[in-house]
Design a protein around this ligand. Structure first.
Ligand SMILES: Cc1ncc(COP(=O)(O)O)c(C=O)c1O
Length: 440
């Protein structure tokens, strides 16, 4: 199979080194199960489950069938003042899967939109409660909350912020990140060091006064910044401080949810319940774009009141609750249950942990971190510049090891399928060792 000779310039690729890619393009033509096939018909192992999206494997037959059936039955209907059964059904299923007390889901199309939705709901909630001074939002250094203006404002990855810094939303502060090489390098699972960093929230409360603070948003286990599992006890402390001061706690579970850390949600895995959960990716196994902000009954009931002819929350997307996305979501949640995917992921965790940490002896490696089926290998940057070695590893894997990996600068990231076989995991890190030996 070979793709037609299409021009590469018109598609401005996201989060891509466009010049480098277009000089040396890597095309995927089809996918099935744990593999992609490239345009030159090589079978390529996907070590990243899409982009943290596709934990059940590509083209799962049940999800494919649900989408095919839905597109022929109801392709689209607006959800502004109208309903479609699939969206309502999915909201109910999703809330059932979420921790107790989560009773309502607001649908959108991506993780970025889920974050914007959650931040707006937090502001609307306090206002509806008569606490309209609570507008300040607190994120965390090295946090990733998508690419819209709210998300990059509370986010803490400088490359995503610097170009846009004059336009970031005002009234935002950041907690320190929890990464510390000298205290927690090569931690397996949760680092022992760092719970005290949650107390920085008390400092921000003292500085701004809690009456001005609306919400704190964190990824329970940070993903895109290079896998930073929360220090033991950290999330619990954040929860306690938020509760003490009437601040909403938002868990951004766009990556963490749906088995990625061996449970339906990180909230369940860590035994800490936030007030709002954002999610996307695994909600539809990546098949159709969809995100959601899931909230407690208390938040919904506080906002959704007043004269019945007035819209309670002026927010929504043309594709909120899209019937095809909802059909994909329903099929996906069913498969998670039928196949016991979250338990399967949990049982793979020790194998994954052992296999990834086996690379600790490699001279190009400065740290390895893991939680659930999320893992990172951090490389010593090449003297030619940060990011060079990581990109080389990605390209080498694609061309010479028939494997897709993701690199965030010099941090190689792994997100194996929830239904991986141990041999897939061993194979992945054998390929990585050869790659590290071979690259600059
Ligand atoms: C924690 C988190 N929040 C938000 C997003 C943004 O999601 P999307 O790319 O679907 O907008 C991501 C994407 O990786 C994410 O990891």
């Amino acid at each position: 199979m070979s793709l037609p000779n299409i021009p590469l310039s018109p598609f401005w690729m996201p989060f891509t080194t466009n010049q480098d890619f277009k000089a040396n393009p890597r095309f995927i033509a089809r996918a099935e199960g744990h593999y992609y096939w490239s345009d030159d018909n090589r079978k390529i192992y996907d070590s990243f489950s899409g982009l943290w999206t596709t934990g059940l494997g590509h083209c799962h037959p049940k999800i494919v069938e649900a989408v095919q059936k839905q597109v022929a039955e109801l392709d689209y209907a607006m959800t502004f003042q109208m309903g479609n059964f699939k969206a309502f059904d999915l909201a109910e299923r999703l809330c059932k899967m979420a921790p107790d007390g989560f009773e309502h889901a607001f649908f959108c199309n991506s993780g970025s939109e889920a974050v914007e939705t959650a931040l707006k709901i937090a502001l609307a909630y306090h206002r509806a409660k008569g606490e309209a001074t609570r507008t300040r939002l607190i994120g965390r250094e090295r946090g990733y909350h998508g690419v819209n203006f709210g998300g990059i404002s509370v986010g803490g990855i400088s490359a995503n912020r610097k170009t846009f810094s004059p336009c970031l939303i005002p009234g935002v502060d950041h907690l320190p990140h929890t990464f510390n090489l000298s205290e927690s390098a090569f931690s397996k699972g949760l680092p022992k060091w760092g719970a005290h960093l949650a107390d920085e929230l008390e400092r921000l409360c003292a500085l701004h006064d809690p009456s001005n603070i609306a919400a704190v948003i964190v990824e329970p286990a940070a993903g895109s910044t290079g896998i930073l599992p929360p220090p033991e006890g950290y999330l619990k402390r954040l929860r306690e401080i938020c509760t003490r001061h009437g601040i909403l706690l938002i868990f951004d579970e766009v990556i963490n949810a749906f088995g990625r850390i061996g449970a339906s949600f990180a909230a369940e895995r860590f035994g800490v319940t936030p007030d709002i959960i954002t999610t996307a990716k695994g909600l539809t196994n990546g098949v159709i774009p969809m995100g959601a902000a899931i909230v407690t009954g208390e938040i919904y009931n506080t906002i959704v009141q007043g004269p019945p002819h007035i819209i309670e929350l002026f927010h929504g997307y043309t594709y909120s609750g899209h019937p095809i996305a909802a059909a994909a979501g329903l099929a996906t949640l069913e498969v998670y249950e039928e196949e016991g995917s979250f338990e399967e992921a949990k049982s793979l965790e020790p194998i994954f942990e052992e296999a990834i940490h086996a690379l600790a002896d490699h001279p190009k490696v400065i740290d390895i971190r893991n939680i659930g089926l999320m893992g990172a290998i951090e490389l010593i940057p090449h003297e030619g510049g940060p990011g060079l070695r990581g990109l080389e590893a990605h390209k080498h894997c694609f061309w010479h090891e028939d494997m897709v990996i993701r690199n965030g600068a010099d941090i190689l990231q792994f997100s194996p399928f929830l239904n991986s076989k141990p041999d897939d995991i061993y194979m992945t890190f054998d390929k990585i060792r050869r790659t590290l030996d071979a690259i600059i």
